[in-house]
Design a protein around this ligand. Structure first.
Ligand SMILES: CC(=O)N[C@H]1[C@@H](OP(=O)(O)OP(=O)(O)OC[C@H]2O[C@@H](n3ccc(=O)[nH]c3=O)[C@H](O)[C@@H]2O)O[C@H](CO)[C@@H](O)[C@@H]1O
Ligand SMILES: C=C(OP(=O)(O)O)C(=O)O
Length: 427
């Protein structure tokens, strides 16, 4: 297995191109199940999760082709076509590798009237239940059974009627599944306390381009008037706000000055707010978002929350940055129960972090030193790379398959701005 060698101390400067958003792409791809016409997605990130999801789609009879040649270095365009759904079963073997696979449930049910999808199970960062996905679909008239580790959903003859669902807690995945099912319901559906992450806006925009009728896009109350059928569309995946935020932390921890090429300033508001409070300069430029760290970094308290709050997907990276900030910072993780697995690894690099339940207390600034560390999940992996960039000596990051799920050609992008980082085969 490959590992990353990071030799810290280089100040990052230059431009990092930001890829299409993984978490948007993973809900845009299953939209192709909703129509017999072709859906072309532009700027899909080249990531293990995207390849895995495309593979899952072939299970249902979806074809993919790559239209034309793409001149850019990163990303790719893919045309997905589900002329006929040949199976509505998502088997365990394909689903277990990706929690996002559950997002085929809503569209398969809406298009064919039935869907059998393996339960995704937990993952390293927490339990990740799907009860709200199922309750929302039941509110639309679906019949749901759980048996042998599978969800079996069916619609009444003639299709799902549609209905109203009030989410007791904000759920990104359940909102996505519900929206994808509602667009083909017979009547009007209402989602109250829906998630309003930018990735959900991206989903609603693609569906609108396919002929869906959705009101309240970008708010926590969505009204969806079901339509008889959807048509094809060509759509560009939004820039990855979490990838951009991660590189912002990388630039800041090295006292660098980096342009995040193509990043969307508004989508990054909560991360930008945190960075500014930590003492990092952030400016909106025509070509993206510029991050410069010229002065000392200051401690700052952070609490993760659904959008527009601070994304849980930014917590680990900001924690690494706070290790170099003057003072004590308190970080609270409110979304996942087990998302501090980077702490013991950062501690091995010299960090001073204490955790109690879902709270971490970070004392800084500390001198970070290179060490052999093990990546435990996607954003935890990135936090170790960020710490490595500021550490004295060499850091070896192992278990790169987590990083490869979410960061397109990470080492190449960091090399572009002067980082001393390389991927080598394990010995
Ligand atoms: C609100 C939030 O920040 N969601 C994050 C979550 O999305 P993801 O869609 O994976 O998770 P949800 O948004 O659904 O989960 C939010 C909360 O709701 C709970 N829950 C969820 C579904 C359900 O059926 N029942 C239930 O109780 C979860 O345990 C969690 O505490 O992880 C993604 C990957 O890290 C992030 O990109 C999302 O920003
Ligand atoms: C945990 C993440 O992804 P996933 O939901 O695909 O596991 C993430 O994007 O930080």
């Amino acid at each position: 297995m490959d590992k990353l060698l990071v030799r810290g101390g280089n100040r990052l400067s230059g431009t990092i191109p930001i890829s299409g958003a993984k978490n948007a792409a993973l809900t845009l791809i299953p939209c192709a199940l909703l129509t017999e016409e072709a859906v072309t997605l532009r700027n899909l990130p080249r990531l293990a999760d995207i390849d895995g999801f495309q593979h899952l789609m072939t299970q249902f009879g979806v074809s993919h082709t790559i239209p034309g040649k793409r001149p850019e270095e990163f990303g790719r365009n893919v045309t997905l076509e589900a002329m006929r759904i040949t199976s509505s079963v998502a088997p365990y073997d394909l689903v277990r590798k990706m929690r996002a696979s559950i997002l085929v449930l809503g569209p398969l049910l809406a298009r064919t009237g039935e869907a059998t999808v393996s339960l995704p199970g937990g993952c390293a960062i927490g339990n990740r239940p799907i009860d709200l996905h199922l309750k929302a679909l039941e509110a639309f008239g679906a019949h749901i059974e759980l048996a042998q580790g599978y969800v079996k959903a069916s619609a009444p003859d003639g299709g799902l009627p549609g209905g109203e669902f009030d989410f007791p807690v904000v759920s990104v995945g359940a909102t996505e599944n519900a929206v994808m099912a509602a667009v083909l319901c017979k009547g009007t559906s209402k989602l109250i306390n829906a998630a309003r992450e930018p990735e959900i806006v991206d989903l609603c925009n693609l569906l609108t381009a396919m002929g869906a009728e959705i009101e309240g896009i970008g708010t926590s109350e969505l009204t969806i008037h079901g339509v008889k059928s959807l048509h094809g569309a060509t759509y560009r995946v939004m820039p990855d706000r979490i990838e951009a935020g991660s590189y912002a932390c990388a630039a800041a921890i090295t006292g660098g000055d980096v342009l995040l090429g193509g990043a969307n300033y508004d989508d990054m508001a909560s991360t930008i707010h945190a960075l500014r409070n930590i003492g990092v300069e952030v400016t909106q430029e025509k070509e993206g978002v510029r991050v410069a760290a010229n002065g000392p970094l200051k401690a700052h308290n952070l609490t993760t929350a659904p959008f527009p709050g601070l994304a849980t997907d930014m917590q680990a990276q900001l924690m690494s940055l706070l290790c170099k900030a003057e003072g004590t910072s308190v970080l609270k993780e409110t979304i996942f129960e087990n998302r501090f697995m980077h702490v013991p690894e950062l501690t091995r690099m010299g960090a001073d972090i204490e955790t109690t339940g879902r709270t971490a207390i970070v004392r800084g600034p500390v001198e970070l030193t290179g060490a052999e560390v093990m990546a435990t999940d996607l954003r935890a992996s990135m936090s170790l790379v960020i710490a490595g960039l500021a550490a004295k000596g060499e850091t070896t990051v192992r278990r790169l398959y987590h990083l490869d799920r979410g960061y397109e050609r990470l080492e190449e992008k960091l090399q572009l701005v002067g980082a001393d980082i390389e991927r080598v085969g394990d010995d």
